[in-house]
Ligand binder design. Structure first.
Ligand code: SAM
Length: 252
């Protein structure tokens, strides 16, 4: 008997092609069998960030193991527009929220940056990678954002890609209104974009001077109130997707 519920969606590391059969990880097998109570023959959607999304079936399942048989591609891999979020790690829960929501909001690369006021420079990237995978499974993305190891802000902005703008989210009131900046960016149909969000204590003056000195930086204001870093990250990405990004029909 197969369940009538919608297919589960799992990220796997294996190559995906018609006829390929492989075992899922033990944790995935336990989740499917014991939590989701799926059975042999039930459909499952699989993606690996390289081969697009594929539909398969559970070929075998027990409490501790499960194998899948890959059948047909349901979505091509495609190419997502580069969207880079540089963020100073904050308290763990808020950092987890930034990473999870940035994944749902289409970020393609997450770069933790250590700044003068960063009060949490121990970032467990393996934890963040697990959060990113779970968020990509949930929001039906076909790619999984890259999570980079933390680096100093000055290193993150050196050797910057030509033509890429770095939107500096500036709580000091020195930036242009976010709607104006992003509407203008949409009009210029710019390519990849990057945003940087400071720590709980904000950017240090020397850091703001450094960011101002960059030819590719653009200072942006999210209004008169001081937002928490996680709020600022979400608000920034929401404005971007609504005004410039893939929340509008057509190529983004
Ligand atoms: N210095 C303040 C503090 O000590 O609480 C604010 C830091 S704020 C919590 C963290 C980051 O969120 C800022 O560095 C900035 O990148 C972003 N942010 C917060 N409010 C903002 C606003 N109104 N406009 C633009 N960016 C903002």
């Amino acid at each position: 008997m197969t369940s009538s519920t919608a297919p589960l969606r799992l990220y796997v590391s294996s190559d995906l092609a018609a006829g390929v059969e492989f075992n899922l990880l033990p944790d995935q097998a336990r989740y499917i069998a014991q939590v989701m109570r799926r059975n042999t023959g039930d459909p499952i959607l699989l993606f690996n960030g390289r081969d697009g999304e594929w539909r398969g079936v559970l070929a075998s399942i027990s409490k501790k193991s499960a194998s899948v048989l890959v059948e047909q591609q349901t979505r091509p891999q495609g190419v997502e527009r580069g969207l880079k979020l540089l963020f100073a790690p904050v308290k763990r829960t808020a950092t987890d929220l930034i990473v999870q929501k940035a994944t749902e909001l289409g970020v393609t690369l997450l770069q933790p940056v250590i700044t003068q006021h960063t009060n949490n420079d121990r970032v467990r990237t393996d934890r963040l990678e697990a959060i990113v995978v779970e968020a990509a499974e949930q929001c039906c993305r076909v790619m999984v954002p890259e999570v980079c190891e933390p680096i100093a802000l000055s290193d993150a902005v050196s050797d910057w890609p030509d033509g890429q703008v770095l939107f500096v989210m500036d709580e000091t009131g020195g930036g242009d209104p976010v709607a104006d900046v992003m509407t203008e960016s949409a009009a210029r149909n710019m390519g990849a974009a990057a945003f940087v969000i400071g720590p709980e204590g904000g950017f240090a003056e020397t850091e703001l001077d450094l960011l101002r000195s960059l030819p590719f930086s653009k200072f942006v204001s999210l209004g008169p109130r001081i937002l928490r870093a996680d709020t600022a990250a979400l608000a920034t990405l929401t404005c971007w997707q609504a005004l410039c990004g893939d929340w509008r029909p057509g190529p983004s």
